[in-house]
Write a protein that binds this ligand. Structure first.
Ligand code: GDP
Length: 195
């Protein structure tokens, strides 16, 4: 599964030092069962833990992570893909997010189609061109159960105008590069806005 990574880490950093005062709100979206909770748990286990004892779906978790040698505060929201659950609905979470990890499972084509629908919902709430989104194909360790090829994922991301990465929460593969990539995009966007 190591060949499944698109490089999302830009070399160097064009950002200016600006501290880490306001947290970036990153929303995990995707069909049920794709691994959002597993990804959130890895995020919650990071060093510098602030207030994440345990992570449950739809709970907000805040972490300080190091990206390109600079601290970044990230608030992670895990959105339920269900109407009848309490907590943060997809719609609410979309409205609260600065950036989105759009997760599907490479073993579940319907979750890949669901990601397309969610991309449309995000666009409705966030019409701005450069809303940071990474399309995340999770469970890339399950090679023999693959239903969505890497090239399909990549092509979809091109249509979505977003980055693409394949991950395995089970193997802890590429989860941090996904978070780092989203922070890098957020910083670039913030710097573009402010200048
Ligand atoms: P959620 O509904 O999107 O929050 O999905 P969960 O995080 O609850 O994961 C659903 C199931 O998939 C659980 O049994 C997880 O252990 C499993 N799972 C999650 N990520 C991976 C992965 O990368 N690889 C494998 N093999 N299983 C995974």
């Amino acid at each position: 599964s190591s060949d499944s990574t698109d490089s999302i880490i830009s070399t160097g950093s064009t950002e200016k030092s600006r501290g880490s005062s306001s947290p970036f709100r990153v929303v995990l979206m995707g069909a049920s069962g794709v691994g959002k909770t597993a990804i959130a748990s890895i995020f919650a286990g990071a060093v510098d833990s602030m207030d994440c004892d345990e992570v449950y779906a739809d709970e907000v978790c805040e972490q300080t992570i190091m990206v390109d040698g600079e601290k970044a505060m990230v608030t992670l929201l895990d959105a339920w893909d269900s109407e009848d659950e309490l907590g943060c609905s997809q719609d609410q979470c979309i409205q609260e997010g600065d950036a989105y990890l759009l997760v599907y499972s490479i073993t579940d084509r319907s979750s890949f189609l669901r990601a397309s629908e969610l991309r449309i919902s995000i666009r409705q709430h966030r019409p701005a061109q450069h809303t940071p989104i990474i399309l995340v194909g999770n469970k890339c360790d399950l090679v023999r159960r693959r239903e969505v090829s890497i090239s399909e994922g990549r092509a979809c991301a091109a249509v979505f105008d977003c980055k693409f990465i394949e991950t395995s929460a089970a193997m802890q593969h590429n989860i941090w590069p996904a978070f780092h990539g989203i922070v890098q995009q957020l910083r670039l966007r913030r710097d573009t806005k402010e200048n």
